[in-house]
Write a protein that binds this ligand. Structure first.
Ligand code: ACO
Length: 366
């Protein structure tokens, strides 16, 4: 007897797989809500602590600034023996391995604090310097910047990075969050869910795109080369990084928020002067025109990764750490989703439709 299974659209498109109080993505209107705040309200009203308070309320213990500071100090001690090993890994692998090496059963605050210590320490080691001990009384984003350079960062740098982390903190049931919830649904631990989510985030169709956005801008080089370069890419069957989204059929609202953050940061006379923005704006407009002609039936607009790349580069980060930086923001959302899954969810276990060869004994009556 055949089992009736409704065919699922490829890639689970439009399938509602869980309920959440955390965020809502309206793909038709181009809006993102974080617990009832629009993204624009969230970036205007919240700092790092405020983001934690918003997403973790009723779900995870909300650490104070001092508790986060103690979390960084503890992580620094715990990770100290492992720097010789971690420094030889790529940034993403160092983050993943470092989280796996933490003793005990780390909770959300421990994982978040350790991630900041790990990435800052790894960056120091790459420039031939020793990792810097955290200053526990500092605000978390400020201390992250100080642990990288040894200097207290400018408040506009802190504001821009905080804006980035708020923008990417949560985004409905994206692939990495789904991975985290699947793992949590088996009653596994938070660290395992975060490590699984990291694996999903790494891919270029998800969080791995911003580095390649800069590769693309490097390859194009000047505005007049944009059209032939982009057309050749599409003709070769390549996807243009930083464009298209599974849910948004209009512009990703995070792209605009990050473009504004970039402009605000670049208006500050003390910062790095990034000359890429003008090139990026012309590449973006040509790409949108070409994509509209290439796929008229599928609206392909600018996504979050395009301006992520420009903002993070302008803040002084190398492209290799773009995806780990994304992870540090999204970890806030992953931790909240894991708690939500644990509180209200059931084992996530969909079915597959078997399309392999029939059983050898089929029809032989045995
Ligand atoms: N450039 C060129 N063509 C594209 C692009 C793109 N950026 N995005 C989608 N398409 C095409 C696909 O090739 C496909 O064409 P086909 O029907 O001829 O095969 C069609 O549009 C539909 O694409 P899907 O793969 O069905 O779209 P999906 O919803 O699965 O993909 C995704 C969304 C993965 C983001 C896609 O747009 C993409 O690959 N973009 C480039 C990578 C990128 O920017 N990733 C970051 C995403 S944002 C984030 O996750 C944080």
């Amino acid at each position: 007897m055949k089992t009736a299974i409704a065919p699922s659209p490829t890639g689970l498109e439009q399938v509602v797989a869980c309920e959440t109080r955390l965020s809502h993505v309206d793909g038709e209107k181009g809006q993102l809500w974080l617990r009832g705040l629009s993204l624009e309200q969230a970036v205007n009203r919240l700092d790092w602590q405020g983001l934690i308070g918003l997403l973790w309320q009723d779900l995870c213990p909300i650490p104070t600034q001092a508790e986060f500071g103690l979390g960084r100090a503890q992580a620094f001690e715990q990770l100290a023996p492992f720097w010789p090993h971690l420094q030889n890994l790529k940034a993403f692998e160092a983050l993943r391995a470092g989280l796996d090496l933490l003793p005990g059963e780390p909770q959300a605050c421990d994982l978040l604090s350790a991630s900041q210590v790990l990435l800052a320490g790894w960056l120091r080691l790459q420039s031939g310097q020793s990792p810097l001990r955290p200053t526990p009384e500092n605000e978390a984003v400020t201390d992250f910047g100080r642990m990288i350079t040894g200097k207290t960062p400018d408040s506009s740098w802190v504001q821009a990075l905080t804006c980035y982390w708020i923008s990417v903190s949560d985004h409905g049931l994206n692939a990495s969050t789904f991975a985290a919830r699947v793992i949590a649904s088996t009653r596994s631990d938070l660290r395992s869910a975060v490590l699984g989510a990291l694996g999903a985030l790494k891919g270029p169709l998800h969080g791995g795109a911003p580095g390649p956005v800069l590769d693309m801008l490097d390859a194009i080089g000047s505005p007049e080369r944009a059209r032939p370069w982009l057309e050749a890419e599409l003709a070769a069957g390549q996807r243009l990084m930083g464009f298209g989204h599974r849910i948004y059929r209009v512009r990703d609202p995070r792209a605009d928020v990050l473009r504004q953050a970039l402009q605000a940061w670049q208006n500050n006379p003390t910062n790095h002067n990034n000359t890429r923005l003008a090139l990026a704006r012309s590449v973006e407009s040509v790409a949108l025109e070409i994509l509209a002609a290439h796929k008229p039936e599928r609206k392909l607009e600018t996504n979050v990764e395009f301006y992520t790349a420009l903002l993070l580069e302008s803040l002084g980060f190398e492209r290799e750490v773009f995806t780990p930086l994304f992870a540090l923001g999204r970890l806030v959302g992953w931790a909240a989703h894991v708690s939500e899954q644990n509180l209200y969810g059931r084992l996530i276990r969909p079915q597959s439709r078997y399309i392999g060869p029939p059983a050898e004994d089929a029809g032989q009556g045995v």
